[in-house]
Design a protein around this ligand. Sequence first.
Ligand code: FAD
Length: 387
Amino acid sequence: MNVTGRIIIAGAGLGGLTAALALQKAGFRPLVLEQAEVLGDVGAGISITPNAAKGLISLGLGEALDSNAQAPLQQLVRDGLSGNQLMCIDRSKVRERYGAAYYMMHRADLHALLVAAVLANDAGAIRTGQKLVGVAIERGQARIDLLGSPSIRTDVLIAADGARSLIRTVLFGDDGARFTGHVAWRLLVPAEAAPEAARQPGSVVWTGAERSFVRYGVRGGSLVNCVGLTRTGQWRGEGWSQQVPVADMAAEYAGWVSEVTGLISAAPGGLVNSWGLFVRPAAERLVAGPVALLGDAGHPMLPFMGQGAAMAIEDGVVLGRCFAESASPAEALARYEAARLERTRFIQAESAAGAERLQQAGPGKARLARNEDSLGIFDYDPAMVPV
Ligand SMILES: Cc1cc2nc3c(=O)[nH]c(=O)nc-3n(C[C@H](O)[C@H](O)[C@H](O)COP(=O)(O)OP(=O)(O)OC[C@H]3O[C@@H](n4cnc5c(N)ncnc54)[C@H](O)[C@@H]3O)c2cc1C
């Protein structure tokens, strides 16, 4: 395939980096432009479900996942007030059933693995301190304007610049972001400060009216990752890094089981991260001329199925394969959109509906039965689906 210059990827998040690695595997030399001065990801856990894990394994990261992540054998769902068990999901046969494990790990570790793999292929593949401030399509090429650097023209621009994608806003129309009333809370508790019960392997989700709380261990169980999701009538700002006093979170979970309240009160420095969750309309298309949306830029979703990064990873793997198998960039991008639009719109819709299923008081078997397993989400293999 004839690509003039380099394929540009805007954003070195999990999606952009996976795309870079997949394109390198396909024989291309992409360039990733990242606004941050220093590469990294936030201090939080992430679950990499088998569908995404298959993609990462296809890019050569299988051993690294096994040594950096945990693969819990079961996931429990409990009532937040009584502690009663509502469901036990057996994960002991996940590898046999889906072809990859269900991993849980530290986000920064996964990010570092991807950075190392991309740079091992091409030491100049990622440029930091490159903030994209404008974009346009001119004579079939994308023009990228950068803060403090000359503009770049490219035959292919992959927009992996996250949920607040400038590229999506400019080239695909104003995104109409709307606060959902859902608020996320996150903290990492050192195992030695966590309640005894919270040091047990596996993951537990507690549910109740308009709130939920999940915990699982990362970094060999030395840290307990905790994420709370609650609803509020009050507007909250967007952005992973805002810190608030732990008392704000404790008030949301007053009366919940001691494992949850004990984890919250063990927040290091008495602070937790908290931010509002926004939705954007599902994209009608993922491609405009030489530009493709990837990851949260194309399909930001609520975290009720833990599939946002998984979709970004799937996108990246499929994109690489489309370029490997096409005669022109236009053909590759058309194949990419055809392969990804329906799946990502489906997962986006299910993730939004997941809030209603998860955050209710009382018995849960029936409502919780519609989940990632029963929806067949893990069957998908981005390294094998037809493109
Ligand atoms: C509470 C919570 C828990 C979650 N848990 C999970 C989970 O367990 N599993 C899962 O699969 N998903 C999870 N997600 C979703 C997941 O975090 C996202 O879907 C994923 O990070 C998206 O990756 P991305 O690469 O598309 O975007 P991002 O991670 O947002 O990366 C975008 C990158 O682009 C850069 N950038 C942005 N604008 C510019 C610009 N103008 N110029 C240059 N660079 C720019 C940013 O600095 C960043 O590095 C969760 C989300 C939330 C809110």
